[in-house]
Design a protein around this ligand. Structure first.
Ligand code: APR
Ligand code: MG
Length: 217
């Protein structure tokens, strides 16, 4: 595999690594936004307890369970359905950035295709029966992969803040599964960067406003 990328087997050889397993669940759909813009794919991510966007999943101890059993267990906690995950669903493993963990963390990424009705069932369970709802998981979100005339859509979604490798896992998967073209992605990321600059200015202005009004609160 490319440098910095590991297969499932290579990653499991890592001495002293902890292992985290996360999965992108998705389904094809014929539905359209406002009856016009094709949605094409329903892709699930989640708003995490730390305010970051990420994929469902979590820490797995390979001495106690297989990576896939552990990921299924995490899915039961986080989305309320113990979806079976197989070795074939494993896409890649990378070291997680140091900001994610004090010790060395191997981040395994899986992709699993479901039927549209199964995805809807996951969304319902995640908001009702999932043990982690409102705690570690604040809500599931769908990824808008369309780009509107104004540039809105995927670009704004990508300008949010993501946990670990989640943003690059998302964009690589969008390309690998031909969900967006390289040109669309390039345009969206360019727009995201511009939006990021505007957001930084907005944050600075908000901070200044709060500092000047500190005595009033
Ligand atoms: N890429 C790389 N690393 C990731 C990704 C990703 N896409 N998603 C999560 N991580 C990291 C997290 O930063 C964390 O260190 O993997 C580790 C496990 O992921 P979580 O989903 O956060 O773990 P989970 O088992 O669901 O939660 C367990 O983690 O932070 C603690 O106290 C918190 O109880 C919680 C515990
Ligand atoms: Mg988790």
């Amino acid at each position: 595999m490319a440098s910095g990328q590991f297969t499932r087997e290579e990653a499991l050889l890592c001495q002293g690594c902890r292992h985290g397993c996360h999965v992108m669940l998705y389904a094809d759909t014929k539905s359209r936004l406002w009856g016009r813009t094709p949605i094409r794919h329903i892709i699930l991510m989640q708003m995490r307890y730390d305010g970051l966007l990420g994929f469902p999943g979590g820490l797995v101890d390979p001495k106690k369970e297989t990576l896939e059993e552990g990921l299924s267990r995490e899915l039961l906690e986080e989305v309320g359905v113990a979806l079976p995950i197989y070795e074939e669903d494993h896409v890649v493993a990378n070291y997680a950035p140091a900001s994610c963990s004090k010790s060395l963390l191997m981040a395994h990424f899986y992709v699993k295709k479901l039927e549209e009705e199964q995805i809807r069932e996951v969304e319902r369970a995640a908001a009702s029966t999932a043990a982690d709802h409102g705690q570690e998981v604040l809500g599931m979100v769908r990824v808008p992969i369309h780009t509107m005339r104004t540039g809105a859509g995927l670009s704004y979604f990508l300008s949010h803040t993501f946990i670990g490798n989640a943003r690059s896992q998302l964009v690589h998967t969008l390309l690998r599964l031909n969900m967006v073209t390289p040109e669309e992605l390039h345009k969206a990321l360019t727009h995201s960067l511009k939006e990021h600059t505007r957001t930084a200015e907005d944050l600075k202005a908000t901070l200044t406003m709060i500092e000047t009004k500190r005595d009033q609160y």
